[in-house]
Design a protein around this ligand. Structure first.
Ligand SMILES: *Cc1c(COP(=O)(O)O)cnc(C)c1O
Length: 428
């Protein structure tokens, strides 16, 4: 792709964009009366205009019919989780029966580790990335301790090579092979939250299985952002949230995937609740847990209807846009941001931590500032740029990292162009 560094060119890309009308489906936060340059869809996606309507429909049903809402109305609450399945399955590359919206992300990680991290005296180790999102680190550490092992011994964290910013797939595969006899679980993120690296899920999963381990992914930054094929890639389990690239609102219901090869395995231990029980006899209130087939069998509680309603509103927009079109635009949009950054700054000013190969990243670029990091970030914020700031943690000589995630549904090429102009001014 030959890009041009000019406003007219950015605007011409917007004009040609087949998804340009989707920006109008979202509320864009304001700064001094103007639309912000909102680049934190990786942290909290914006609110679709249809969200309030569908939540209000559930509030109305509750108001008018009370408990009857469980079995009446357009979307009976008893089946509520099912209304999201088809769309979610497309987004993560699964069969509908392999996915379920439930709980929150970290809760789902724990629940699925109960089933899929089953250490023995010989096989108890977990391979994961260094610098994983803290919640994941705490989940792994506490699971290891729960089983009576020492996290320092059991958890192997893989880091980039000296002088590099992301982890090579070959190094992951080698570490898996090296630890094969002791490995219980390979657990990675899909897109690394800090560096924006999209891991090679297919290769990592195959290597894990060859080593005799179970393989799971945390797709918090990948779901709705990167192409996924969980079923075909034979991933054992995965979890994600819906409030980042899936625009379902703060703390909204999360997602879980269990591969169909495990759907009816009665030997998998699990922590059970009534909503995972065979739905035909759920209300018989009988003794003895008999799980639903598929991911549904991991549910604990009745659906969190109000936040699942927000998820349905968001999925409707994504279904209308089509994920393939979203990804095509995302690759162009992030590619344009990268081009502008490289055209505008020298390597003494910024370093892009994210891989430059589009197949190894999603929407996000993580930009390390060499000087005056926090001051630059504050100057951007004063101009209406909403971005994310992280203190440096990789190499010496960095002043901090700005994460910018232009998303394909509501960000424009012009937003990216204006951002780089403002960054130029802020850096000086
Ligand atoms: C956002 C994120 C979380 C947040 O977990 P919650 O349970 O939703 O609070 C956890 N892990 C990763 C990798 C994330 O990106």
């Amino acid at each position: 792709m030959q890009y041009i560094n000019s406003l007219a060119y950015a605007q011409s890309l917007d004009k040609k964009d087949p998804l340009k009308s989707f920006r109008d489906e979202f509320y864009i936060p304001k700064h001094k009366g103007q639309d912000t340059l909102y680049f934190t869809g990786n942290s909290l996606g914006l609110q679709p205009k249809g969200t309030a309507k569908i939540i209000n429909e559930e509030l109305e049903l509750w108001k008018e019919r009370g408990v009857e809402g469980h079995f009446e109305g357009e979307r009976p609450w008893f089946h509520y989780h099912k209304f999201a399945k088809e769309s979610l399955a497309k987004i993560v590359g699964a069969k509908p029966e392999e996915v379920v919206p439930m709980n929150s992300l970290t809760t789902n990680l724990h629940l699925l580790m109960v089933s899929f991290y089953r250490p023995t005296a010989k096989r108890f180790k977990i391979i994961t990335e260094a610098g994983a999102f803290p919640s994941d680190q705490y989940a792994l550490e506490s699971q290891v301790k729960f089983h009576g092992f020492n996290p320092d011994e059991a958890i192997i964290e893989l880091a980039p090579r000296e002088g590099e910013t992301t982890i090579r797939t070959e190094d992951i595969v080698e570490a898996i092979e090296h630890n094969a006899s002791q490995l219980a679980l390979v657990m990675f993120s899909g897109v690394q939250y800090f560096t924006g690296q999209l891991f090679d899920i297919e290769t990592i999963t195959a290597a894990g299985h060859t080593a005799g381990a179970v393989v799971g992914f945390d797709l918090a930054h990948a779901a709705g952002n990167a192409p996924l094929a969980l079923h075909n890639h034979q991933v054992d389990f995965a979890v994600w949230c819906h409030y980042k690239y899936l625009n379902s609102g703060p703390g909204s219901v999360a997602g879980a995937f269990v591969h169909s090869k495990h759907a009816n395995n009665p030997n998998l231990p699990r922590f059970a609740g009534w909503w995972g029980h065979n739905e035909e006899e759920r209300f018989l209130m009988k003794k003895g847990f008999r799980p639903m087939a598929g991911a549904d069998g991991w549910q604990l509680s009745n659906a969190n209807v109000l936040t699942t309603a927000a998820l349905l509103a968001s999925l409707e927009v994504i279904d209308k846009a089509g994920f393939e079109k979203m990804r095509s635009k995302s690759v162009l949009l992030t590619g344009y941001l990268e081009f502008l950054l490289n055209d505008t700054f020298s390597s003494h000013e910024i370093l892009i931590l994210t891989p430059n190969d589009p197949s190894q990243r999603g929407a996000q670029l993580s930009i390390s500032l060499i000087n005056n990091g926090r001051k630059v970030f504050d100057a951007l914020a004063a101009q209406g740029v909403v971005a994310d700031w992280r203190e440096p943690n990789l190499n010496e000589g960095q002043a901090g990292v700005i994460r910018i995630a232009p998303t394909p549904l509501y960000n424009r090429f012009e937003d990216v162009f204006t951002f780089v102009k403002l960054l130029r001014k802020a850096i000086g």
